[in-house]
Design a protein around this ligand. Sequence first.
Ligand SMILES: *Cc1c(COP(=O)(O)O)cnc(C)c1O
Length: 429
Amino acid sequence: MLYQRSSRLFAEAQEVIPGGVNSPVRAFKAVGGTPVFVKEAKGAYLYDEDGNRLIDYINSWGPMILGHAYEPVVNAVVERAKKGTSFGMPTELETEIARLAVSMVPNIDKIRFVNSGTEACMSAVRLARGYTGREKIIKFSGCYHGHSDAFLIQAGSGAVTFGTPNSPGVTQGTAKDTLLAKYNDIDNVTSLFEANENEIAAIIIEPVAGNMGCIPPKEGFLQALRDLCDANGTLLIFDEVMTGFRLAKGGAQELFGIKADIVTFGKVIGGGLPVGAFAARKEIMDYLAPVGPVYQAGTLSGNPLAMAAGLEMLKAINRDNEIFKRLDEKTAYLEKGIREKLDTENIEYTINRTGSMISVHFSNTPVTDFLSASSGDNDTFKKFFHGLLKEGAYIAPSAYETWFITDALTYQDLDFTINAVGKIAPQLK
Ligand SMILES: *Cc1c(COP(=O)(O)O)cnc(C)c1O
């Protein structure tokens, strides 16, 4: 495949945009080469500026769970746009999507919409601190909760890809209130509670980690966190920006049967438009302005185009009782196929998967936390990425990312991809 036009566009972009991109991972630094510039997309396919068709395994990092340019969402946005694109005043549409989201997700009474997952997580932590009157939070190494200061401490994906886990510009003052724990290590979390008695406002966690590859929680881990929070007056925040409306209608809370105190959303909930949200029981949410003392606001929050897109997306997921089963089956099929091809060539690898989140690690040890995720062989990953790209399948340009399977994929697409893995496997040794 040729990337002449993408190369030229990338060179031009670099003159006026730092690194040529508006979000770092897009720049291909971890895998080398030229980022693919997208012209358009439909269903499971991307069409790039050089005329190549790629099967998309990233799907805008999650939102396009029903495929690109999904018609009900596109139509809703177009119709809505004709009636005005922003008012800074309430609309009925906001209540409609809020009501639907609250009905789908367990343990939440109220939800507030913002413009990104970053904003949702940042606001959730402020709310938890305001509600508990405490300042410290626990986050896990390798988990990503957006780029706000408090979270840029061993933050997974982009931040790790660039080897700058602690970003300049984040103050010592901010960093001291973020306690770092090891994913899947409950003893480690317990010791943080012992050392910071009555000081921890919240634990924030990706209930299935997706920003250091896909790392499922060990059996009992989330329940143990729940118990620790209950015993210490600490709130449990599930960052479901990735897992929400992807692993089940009610997200990871439903899948694992664990109650969180505050839940954050992004990605799928916006149907491909810039949307985030955070939600909780009534008494916690009513701690927010204008009812309560914790301030949080947004000029474009609840934007009618974004809400129209999100509403159609949630409706589509809500009316389809088979969607999560189908996604799970498709992803399991892909996993099995890739395993067979890599086994044939005796490649050392680990595949992790929960539902439609999956990652391939070139590592001979189980990948259960940030340390084990970092032990993957990046040179092999680079060959794997570029090999698949050449064959016409687009996976994330970093070993620290999850693939997001879309329901638009057919079994033919999956077979095509599995065969592509078979073709490139001999070069991975
Ligand atoms: C993507 C992501 C975020 C950040 O969302 P943005 O919309 O990119 O700001 C936060 N948490 C998790 C788990 C994510 O995957």
